[in-house]
Design a protein around this ligand. Sequence first.
Ligand code: FES
Length: 154
Amino acid sequence: MEKRISKILSSYPGDRSDLIPILQDIQSNFGYLPEEILKEVSSFTRVPESEIYGVASFYSQFSFTPKGKNHIMVCTGTACHVKGADQIKEGIERHLGIEEGGVTPDLEYSIESVGCLGCCALAPCATVNDEIKSNITLKDIKKIFRRRKREKPS
Ligand code: FES
């Protein structure tokens, strides 16, 4: 972990204005913002830790718990629940081999459930990196992952 963070920090002069790009690099490298690394960022940029937490909490792109490059949010609100959201969530968990709140070992995918995505008429819904998938079925899940695998650069 130290090598990766040193490499990230060495590509910046250490100005306050570098804070968000540094956090973006950490998020994309580690899948989240680990607490011990934020301490290093604080001494590197001379931005107090409390301020870093304030900035990082403001933007939804940052997470304090591990998140995959493709973050899936499955809606389990009432409308989606009635239309089989639980089976959809279980299908995704089975497909990825992780449970809700987990992240795949390669940091490609993570999954969580949310109360309502605001598109109840199109239930059941989920998002993959903020892109809404509506009226999803178990078949769609396979298609989504197959397509993402093809799009992934080797
Ligand atoms: S309950 Fe799922 S989008 Fe509202």
